[in-house]
Design a protein around this ligand. Sequence first.
Ligand code: FE2
Length: 277
Amino acid sequence: MDQHRETSTGHVTRKAVLRVALAAGMAAPAVLVGVPALARTLGGPDAPAPELTPACDDGDDPTPPQMEGPYFKPNSPLRTSLLEPGTPGTRLTVSGYVFGRACRPISGVLLDFWQADVNGAYDNTGFRFRGHQFTDSRGAFALTTIVPGLYPGRTRHLHVKVQAPGRPVLTTQLYFPNEPRNNTDALFDPRLLMTVRDAGGAREAAFDFVLDVPQDPGPGPTPTPTATAPGGTWTAGRVYAAGDKVTYGGAGYTCLQAHTAQAGWEPPNVPALWRAG
Ligand SMILES: [Fe+2]
């Protein structure tokens, strides 16, 4: 049974409960540890509640790698906040979990972030806007920083290296939705879109990594059959709006962000664009 998936409030997901527990510094209820938390809780009270528990295999493809670029530096400071006194820029928090292939969280994962400052410049002599941290016992991480500035040739992005203990390093980049340059940056990949919301002048982003780490599936939930969606079969080239429903591979999906569908962006591959149900 999955009694925490939804309540009468209609918006409580296991992930939300996990986040609340995390924010309060509480131990997550045992029933919540080790379950998939790939369902995105987008938006505020007007956002549709997930109707079904997403099957793990809808979202557990490993997070894709991206090029490191020219600005990585080893030996960044151990810190969860990249803010320094007087740091200009829009405050940004990025939080999420690191999962293995069975959607179970992984503790002790190294995350090494680096990014441009508000002007789009990297600090290549010191360590401004560079820092590493480790996931906690619940597989969670949280970064406090600023929204990175733009620089020529790229859309807005964060760089990160993610490494589970004793495993290879995943080098990748994270992207922001609704950025005009997302459409013209050849590196941009919607599978690496964070969910981002405004929070009183700051921005709150979420992203969950899935590493290619074998795991015992454990007592996860049973995938739920998906209801028939009315919006037709997912088709490359078609323009989708948030809320549109499609079927793909016999399962139903709801569009989370307006976009033009492209080959490779099929719903199971891009949890930032489609959620099951
Ligand atoms: Fe960069």
